[in-house]
Design a protein around this ligand. Sequence first.
Ligand SMILES: [Zn+2]
Length: 173
Amino acid sequence: MQHVWSKILFNAISPESMLHVNAAISGEEIVVLNVQELEKKSAEGLKEHLEPLVGVTKFRQRLFLEDNDREIEFHDDAETQNIQLVILPFWTPDVEHEQDIITACAIDDVQTLQVFLEKPLDPNLRISFDDALKGWCLLCLANSYSSPRCVHLLVLAGVEVQHLCRGGRPCGT
Ligand SMILES: [Zn+2]
């Protein structure tokens, strides 16, 4: 993932530039950053910087350029210094999506799990459709299948690690 995240985004802005990040709906200013402060000068890096400031992980953040509705992508050159932040509500998977999520956790398919987490899927989701796995959380699922990359990604996405089951039993049993 590092190679994607390190794509330069803010190279069009001079090092002295200030970057204003505003809440999209209220217009309230969330933070003003000196571009030099950003360790990773990418949309991903900016989202990571905003995580402690707005209290939600990068998976739920969407960044837009102020003058149009286009979401900032990793490869964009940001010529504007005003950026709008939208925090998305969690997305609810249907029965088919749930099976895809279970499979991703079972085979350590971290790319597929990331796509779901960016929808954004609640990392603390409990399995609800699958009879055999009903009540399991994703962290226990990935852990029980020995899927370390999925476990790591769920932690990045803000999963509550105290949900981790003891003795290989499903959550809540
Ligand atoms: Zn669990």
